[in-house]
Design a protein around this ligand. Structure first.
Ligand SMILES: [Zn+2]
Length: 144
């Protein structure tokens, strides 16, 4: 039985999309499905030009897994472009990575989504204190 796939971390909200050749009805085209984590791997490696070890860390996977994901992503994009197939972006095994913050001053907890364009967090939005820290990763209950 195949091992269940680990969730990969995404820094931005995924949006489904289909890219296809002009003038061809979608129904007549072969479809290549690019998973969200594969798109994220392309973004990190090819758009942001991140080192593979950094990209792997960002996505919460090992270097070899990241290598596998990005290789498969490039192969799929090339396949769609060269063969004139529709490239469908959907699905995958991922978890949206959010930053959870806690203010030591007033006890306020809040969540910030990475890639939301809100920039670096410097102070508590409630009291303006700088005594803030990132809370542990999601999926784990944290009791103060
Ligand atoms: Zn506060």
């Amino acid at each position: 039985m195949p091992r269940p796939r680990k969730h990969r971390h995404l820094m931005r909200e995924p949006h489904p999309a289909i890219y296809k050749p002009v003038g061809m009805p979608l129904e007549s085209l072969e479809r290549v499905t690019l998973l969200y984590e594969e798109l994220e791997a392309l973004r990190l490696a090819d758009l942001e030009g991140q080192h593979q070890s950094d990209s792997a860390q960002t996505m919460g996977v090992s270097r070899s897994t990241f290598q596998r994901i990005v290789t498969e992503a490039r192969r799929k994009v090339a396949l769609a472009l060269v063969n004139g197939a529709a490239l469908q972006v959907e699905g995958g095994t991922f978890r949206l990575k959010t930053a959870r913050w806690h203010c030591a001053e007033c006890g306020h907890d809040w969540t910030l989504r990475h890639g939301s364009g809100q920039g670096e967090i410097e102070m508590c939005p409630m009291c303006g204190s700088h005594s803030i820290r990132e809370r542990p990763a999601e999926g784990r209950r944290h009791v103060e």
